[in-house]
Design a binder for this molecule. Structure first.
Ligand SMILES: Nc1ncnc2c1ncn2[C@@H]1O[C@H](COP(=O)(O)OP(=O)(O)OP(=O)(O)O)[C@@H](O)[C@H]1O
Length: 263
């Protein structure tokens, strides 16, 4: 479980990006995080990743305080072209972080190959990242994160640089990974429809400095489908509500979230 209590982060220039944020994420949940541009979403993820120290407040992962980069955490960023090393093959890119785990070379190669197969790229291992499309490169970034077998996966606007069709394919890949590997996933997105489509729950942050403005369960059935799910009345209702909240709308006391088979 990830537990954040009273998190405040001020940058060196004094800008307060997060102010007293509380958030608890149970194991295995896929949490979408949305909010107005510049509200502090990336700052929050960087604090959770141990890359930024909180000014005050506490963060714990599975009961242990986060003081540096947690060992069982992986991050996928938007900019895949800068996160993959062009001089390494795809398989070596995926295997690289596993050295930190002290895995032998053969084991690392096997784990990398399995992770590539799990994201639909079983034959890409010998290629170089620049020989792949943008969507395929982002799959490689996801494979690298999965090979590490994290208990917590942070994704910062991971599909912001790919075309609409590829974005849908990658959303479905994340849902499949979440279903089969039972990882806790925090996904920051600017896309309100996406936040509802992939999430078990959507947290809306308010305008900078960030705090939790609204916390909405997504009660849509688990077998999600790009056409069917997005056409459901619960989906349409919830995305309208999230959109209203992101634009600064007030929380409506007792407003019923969409209901269905997934909690
Ligand atoms: N290194 C920094 N020094 C000072 N201020 C910063 C720094 N990094 C970010 N900020 C400021 O902190 C606030 C939150 O930034 P952050 O990148 O976390 O927001 P965001 O919600 O992820 O933004 P976006 O939606 O545009 O991706 C912004 O006002 C930003 O200008």
């Amino acid at each position: 479980m990830l537990q954040i209590t009273g998190l405040t982060h001020s940058y060196a220039d004094g800008h307060r990006a997060i102010d007293g944020l509380d958030l608890t994420v149970p194991d295995g949940q896929l949490l979408s995080i949305v909010g107005p541009s510049g509200c502090g979403k990336s700052t929050l993820l960087r604090c959770i990743a141990g890359l930024l120290r909180p000014t005050s407040g506490t963060l714990t992962l599975n009961g242990s305080p986060i003081n540096g980069v947690p060992d069982d955490l992986a991050v996928v960023f938007q900019d895949y072209s800068r996160s993959l090393f062009p001089w390494l093959t795809v398989r070596d890119n995926v295997a690289l972080p596993l050295r930190r785990r002290g895995m032998a070379r053969k084991e690392r190669r096997t784990a990398a190959q399995e992770a590539l197969a799990s994201v639909g790229l079983p034959d890409a291992g010998r290629k170089y990242p620049w020989q792949l499309s943008g969507g395929m490169q982002q799959r490689v970034s996801i494979a690298r994160a999965l090979a590490y077998r994290p208990s917590l996966l942070l994704m910062d606007e991971p599909f912001g640089s790919v075309d609409a069709q590829t974005r849908e394919d990658l959303e479905d890949l994340v849902l499949q990974v979440h279903r089969t590997q039972k990882i806790t996933i925090l996904l920051v997105t600017h896309d309100i429809d996406e936040s509802v489509y992939v999430g078990d729950r959507v947290v809306v942050l308010n305008r900078s400095p960030a705090r939790v403005h609204a916390d909405l369960p997504v009660g849509l059935p688990s077998g999600r489908d790009q056409i069917e799910t997005r056409g459901m009345p619960q989906f349409v209702q919830l995305r309208a509500e999230v959109g209203r909240l992101v634009r600064g709308g007030a929380k409506v006391p007792g407003a019923a979230p969409a209901s269905g088979g997934r909690g």
